[in-house]
Write a protein that binds this ligand. Structure first.
Ligand code: PGA
Length: 257
């Protein structure tokens, strides 16, 4: 089974109405439409989701939320539900990003509930995992990622509706990329854990790498066996950089049709 590459941009808490022009620029840099052979996704802040969804649709670019509440609706001031994201045109939601795990004390159990809310709403979920620098230096990276996976994966996860993003915390926004050997090893480990716990089908879930992916390093990362695309933060904010990363993925896809 061939896994379809996914290049996902995570705008984080960046983006005002004026930044919508990046989508037009991105679409034209992609030649008017996202390549048919891979998925291109932008996850803007919730305030821009509906508008950006309309901007993205003609170019075949998907949109997603960056987080959701675990409940479908109710008295949760300031929160956004997965149903609301879906209603605003999203196809995906990111859950368990390390910035949410750190800034909002989200643990695996909560991430799992959020992922399940995403699936209930009909969204594909991108579940983020990744070790801190101390955990890596202590030789615990594989164990940490395994327990994050086992604790955060939603019931009902399948290769169709669930995507894993491996993002070493120390590589996010720092310009430090994990070594290619370490990325390859961790992605193979993640796939093995998926297989042990969800069988052969779940083992075919897409596994993205995230953490300082840039136009200059994207191809070397995407060409690795168990890497099925990237979750891109900083470099997704500039249409030219993001388009170059999509092009890098396309080169890899075209070499392994
Ligand atoms: P970065 O962020 O590309 O800016 O390192 C990646 C992410 O946090 O998803």
């Amino acid at each position: 089974m061939t896994r379809r590459m996914l290049i996902a941009g995570n705008w984080k808490m960046n983006g005002l109405q004026g930044n919508r022009q990046e989508i037009d620029a991105l679409t034209s840099l992609l030649g008017g439409h996202a390549p048919d052979s891979l998925d291109v996704l932008i996850c803007p802040p919730a305030t821009l989701l509906a508008d950006l969804g309309r901007d993205c649709a003609p170019g075949g670019i998907k949109t997603g939320g960056q987080d959701c509440h675990f409940a479908d609706c109710g008295a949760h001031t300031g929160d956004v539900s997965a149903l609301m994201l879906k209603d605003a045109g999203a196809d995906y939601v990111i859950v368990g990003h390390s910035e949410r795990r750190a800034d909002h004390h989200e643990d695996n159990a909560l991430v799992k509930l959020k992922a399940e809310a995403g699936l209930r709403a009909g969204l594909d979920v991108i579940v983020c995992v990744g070790e801190t620098l101390i955990e890596r230096e202590d030789g615990r990276a594989a164990d940490v990622v395994k327990s994050q996976l086992l604790g955060s994966l939603p019931d009902g996860a399948s290769a169709q509706n669930c995507i894993i993003a491996y993002e070493p915390v120390w590589a996010i926004g720092t310009g430090k990329v994990a070594g290619l050997h370490d990325i390859a090893q961790m992605h193979a480990h993640i796939r093995a854990v998926l297989g042990e716990n969800g069988g052969a089908e779940l083992a075919q879930a897409r596994v993205l790498y995230g953490g300082s992916v840039k136009p200059g390093n994207a191809k070397d990362i995407f060409v690795l066996d168990d890497v099925d695309g990237g979750l891109i933060g900083g470099a997704s904010l500039k249409a030219a950089d993001f388009a170059a990363i999509v092009d890098a993925a396309l080169t890899v896809v075209n070499h392994n049709p």
